[in-house]
Design a protein around this ligand. Structure first.
Ligand SMILES: *Cc1c(COP(=O)(O)O)cnc(C)c1O
Length: 559
């Protein structure tokens, strides 16, 4: 079975898509957040569209922890060990690399993502956890974003150098290499060696997508560390392409790729300023329409918009669906979410009550607590027209600031008591994401600008007729039409305001729009509200999907 499975997917010339994390399903927990689910959606769309992709990532066997929250919202982490052998096929190939002067063997597990309507995409999960390696080297493929700099460097070396070697060893013919973020930049160095330092040739082969709009977010390694960990590395080569003082993984990718892009138009502008001298394009992210559309809406789209799974543009014709059916599908999905929340969190949410949703990695720039800046305002709003909110999100185990945010939300929830019902769901993952974006009324997003390179959960929400209410950052600047596709929180990015003024405008919008526009429309003008829901589907989801995204990668970057 296994060899047949492999024979089928080895055929032809491939685009090799490298990503430190990939979110295929919640049963394969090798992702942490948006970067991984985006990679998963790219793979799902490629399979549907019959694109010749092969993906490469790390197995992250001890990733990603299960989140437990105590009564005060204090997060603890429980191991989330999973057994790759239950879902993946071990390939017989091994490649060798030298790390700290030890020969480290790398092997790979294969998962073939099968599209229900098209082709298949093989995914290789690189693994160092087996007998041939010392205990410390076995750990390299354990923890996604775990450990110190040295650990991260080893992981990136396995992903970049090891990944290219593994593709060759297994027998893939690769015509382009796509680096999804700078974690895999060593692949370009490996290609330089493979092609006799022919820079033009390597640049021709490489595509780089940057995801990080702030300088501090880019991986940098000191050359002392590199010397220590990767003795075989050609330092003059690394310095030439990755910087003299420290090896900047983003620079390395920028200097060795002919096609470079940011993940939204705004992110392209910011990246172009951060990295002058490079031509940086914009391919705005999208999400896999079928995956992120809830069961009830799938049925409606199948009935009225047949073909939507291969051509999500058909969602533009959402007006073919009656208001009653749109509303009923929403209420059914909302009921599923609310039942789930009430069962798992012992909450008393009401499916007739206006419901806000917010779920993201709990990290400071996402500002999960912005909603609670003024508790009295929240009480007032809810007194007029009742509302409730559902939160979720994990903090990185070492992100104390992120953990504090969760505890603060618990405190606010307690202070609001019966006035506003606030629930925090444990252990956010792709399944919980799907329930939440499929069942709330409005999806809230309050990142600190310009930190959200794109963001994707709002696009998922739009596929389910959920309205976006968001800070103008990332993709939302492109998706936003005030009062039609949703609402903006705070100033337009073109306005240059100091932090305090900006914050004042954000909280003003947040409360005023909730109180005077959003919640009253939901309760008092249901027809208008349903038209807004249709706009989310017909004006947002029809465009912000990963089929459109992958078609653009094909025509602009891969061909
Ligand atoms: C979609 C998704 C994300 C990314 O959401 P953002 O809005 O980009 O923060 C993170 N985690 C999970 C589990 C997701 O499904």
């Amino acid at each position: 079975m296994q060899t047949n499975e492999l024979q089928g997917v080895l055929k032809g010339q491939k685009i090799a898509y490298f990503s430190m994390e990939i979110g295929l399903t919640s049963q394969i927990p090798t992702y942490a957040g948006g970067l991984g689910t985006l990679a998963g959606d790219a793979i799902r769309s490629s399979a549907d569209l019959n694109l010749p992709l092969v993906a490469v990532t790390l197995i992250s066997k001890r990733n990603y922890f299960k989140q437990k929250l105590d009564v005060n919202g204090r997060q603890t982490e429980q191991p989330n060990d999973w057994e790759p052998e239950r879902l993946l096929t071990l390939l017989p190939n091994e490649v060798t690399m030298y790390i700290e002067e030890r020969a480290v063997k790398v092997r790979a597990w294969l998962y073939v993502y099968q599209s229900a309507i098209g082709g298949a995409v093989p995914v290789l999960f690189l693994d160092t956890d087996f007998d041939a390696n010392t205990p410390q080297d076995r750990e390299i493929s354990f923890y996604l974003y775990g450990g110190d700099e040295r650990y991260r460097l080893k992981q990136e070396a396995v992903l970049g150098f090891g990944g290219v070697r593994m593709l060759d060893a297994v027998g893939f013919h690769v015509r382009k290499y796509h680096m999804n973020e700078g974690h895999s930049s060593f692949l370009a160095v490996e290609l330089m060696h493979k092609h006799n330092l022919d820079e033009a040739k390597v640049k021709e082969l490489c595509i780089f997508t940057t995801h990080t709009p702030v300088e501090a977010g880019h991986d940098r390694f000191s050359y002392d560390l590199i010397r220590d960990v990767l003795q075989a590395a050609d330092l003059s080569l690394l310095k030439k392409y990755g910087g003299d003082e420290r090896l900047n993984m983003t620079r390395l990718a920028l200097n060795l790729s002919n096609y470079i892009n940011g993940v939204a138009k705004r992110h392209q502008e910011i990246s172009s300023k951060m990295f002058t001298g490079y031509e940086i394009h914009a391919i705005t992210n999208g999400v896999h329409s079928y995956t992120w559309t809830g069961e009830q809406y799938r049925k409606l789209f199948d009935k009225y918009l047949p073909g939507w799974t291969i051509e999500p543009e058909l969602l533009a014709k959402v007006d073919l669906i009656s208001d009653g059916e749109i509303w009923q599908a929403h209420q059914q999905q909302k009921q599923v979410l609310i039942d789930f929340a009430n069962q798992t969190s012992n909450a008393q949410l009401d499916p007739e009550v206006f419901t806000l949703g917010f779920a993201r990695r709990a990290t400071e720039y996402k500002r999960a607590t912005l909603l609670f800046s003024n508790l009295d305002r929240l009480r007032t709003i809810s007194k007029g027209n009742k509302f409730q909110a559902i939160f979720a999100g994990k903090a990185h185990p070492r992100d104390e600031g992120g953990k504090r945010l969760i505890e603060q939300i618990y405190t606010y929830a307690r202070q609001l008591g019966g006035d506003v019902n606030i629930v925090y769901l444990e252990n956010y993952d792709m399944d919980i994401a799907a329930k939440m974006i499929g069942g709330v009324d409005v999806w809230l997003n309050t990142p600190m600008r310009p930190m959200e390179a794109s963001g994707t959960s709002g696009m998922k929400a739009a596929h389910n007729g959920v309205m976006n209410f968001s800070v103008l950052d990332g993709w939302w600047i492109e998706g936003w039409i005030e009062n039609l596709t949703g609402w903006a929180i705070g100033p337009h990015p073109k306005e240059n305001l100091d932090d305090a003024t900006c914050f004042a405008k954000e909280t003003e919008d947040l409360y005023n729009k909730l109180e005077y526009i959003i919640v009253p429309t939901f309760y008092n003008r249901r027809d208008e509200w349903i038209q807004l829901m249709k706009n989310s589907i017909g004006k947002t989801a029809y465009y912000f999907n990963s089929h459109r995204m992958m078609r653009r990668y094909v025509t602009e970057a891969y061909l």
